[in-house]
Design a protein around this ligand. Structure first.
Ligand code: ATP
Length: 339
């Protein structure tokens, strides 16, 4: 069993708490992303799982085994970092075989494993080349091969693709996940890229300020955030203050049906893509286009409705001009309690 479980992990640096009560589980063979802004504690969490730094409190389990105090080399977890740090003076086969050599595996077995790994990352025949003779993407594949050569139970990826340009990043991500699925290796991916997390993960842990704010499937997090912080992390939203009475959200801007108990002070969250624009006279909820930014597939608008500015992302081919009167329709809201 190579399920990973973190229980109540806490960590401070110089008396400043950077991780608080971290709890989550990665089922065997699954991918969990740690997603959050810079400095929220993602890398620290990963290093604690790898055994590179020690938590102040809490426990880590690999399957049913408590590995909290197990040294790095015996944990069965490897990290691949963003700056993949191949050894420049070692050729590709020596780089890939490095961990095996350290573990005193016989040369013959190392050679067999290196060949398997070169085939896995599609670099057969590159044995004698040096890292500086390879492209960024190829070097990243060597780094992955080096990590996988020791047959770890857990793969820890720390923003491994962020040094690569957009197209290569997507290819490498797909490539890595294919290998992950093939080997059924339990994986944690650290990223600050929400799209990367949404596309790559079975589950996502949203980290903000050293805490996990929500843990769930990509769809759960995106569609049903449990807090405004999590909702905002996935992109700018509109918020309208009001109240809920008799299954109706009531505000100065509009009234919308909802199915929930009465709330005196409520905040409706509306995603910019859930507001649709129509010619004036269509819905009766009329506003004026205050700004528009054309971005090819989409147009980003702000629209003034009864003095309130609403952000709208439109994929409609009809383009509205600044100053034009338009009608809107709101196609989905989420209510949070409080002002
Ligand atoms: P990034 O995406 O920028 O890598 P992160 O979410 O991975 O950020 P961490 O690297 O885990 O964040 O850092 C979390 C906090 O802990 C930061 O405030 C950082 O400055 C602090 N920190 C990390 N390592 C140390 C250390 N060795 N000594 C002191 N403070 C540290």
């Amino acid at each position: 069993m190579s399920k990973i479980t973190l229980k109540n992990i806490e960590k401070s640096f110089n008396k400043i708490k950077v991780l608080n009560n971290i709890n989550f589980e990665v089922p065997e063979g699954k991918v969990v992303s740690l997603l959050g802004p810079s400095g929220c504690g993602k890398t620290t969490t990963l290093k604690i799982i790898a055994g590179l730094i020690k938590a102040d409190n809490g426990e880590i389990f690999l399957g049913d085994k408590d590995i909290t105090d197990v040294p790095v080399e015996k944990r069965g977890a490897v990290i691949v970092f963003q700056d993949y740090l191949l050894f420049p003076h070692l050729n590709i086969e020596e780089n890939i075989g490095f961990g095996l050599k350290m573990a005193r595996i016989p040369k013959k077995e190392i050679n067999i494993q290196v060949e398997r790994m070169l085939e896995l990352v599609q670099l057969k025949g590159y044995n004698k080349k040096y890292p500086n003779e390879l492209s960024g993407g190829q070097q990243q594949r060597v780094a992955l091969a080096r990590a996988l050569a020791i047959e770890p139970k857990v793969l820890l990826l720390d923003e491994p693709f962020s040094n690569l340009d957009t197209k290569l990043r997507e290819d490498m991500r797909e490539f890595t996940l294919e290998i992950q699925r093939k080997l059924n290796i339990t994986t944690i991916l650290v990223t600050h890229d929400k799209e990367e997390a949404l596309m790559s993960s079975d589950k996502i842990a949203i980290m903000l300020n050293g805490e996990i704010k929500q843990f769930g499937t990509p769809e759960e997090l995106y569609e049903r955030p449990t807090s405004i912080e999590v909702a905002d992390f996935f992109g700018e939203k509109n918020y309208i203050g009001g109240m809920v009475e008799n299954n109706m959200f009531i505000s100065d801007i509009c009234n919308l049906p909802v199915e929930m108990e009465d709330i005196k002070k409520a905040k409706a969250m509306i995603k910019p893509e859930n507001i649709k624009m129509y010619p004036e006279g269509t819905t009766g909820l009329t506003g004026i286009v205050a700004s528009s930014k054309y971005a090819g597939e989409r147009v980003y608008y702000t629209v003034l409705i009864k003095g309130k500015e609403l952000k709208i992302i439109s994929q409609n081919s009809k383009i509205y001009k600044v100053g034009e009167s338009i009608d809107i329709d709101i196609e989905g809201i989420k209510i949070f309690k409080g002002k």
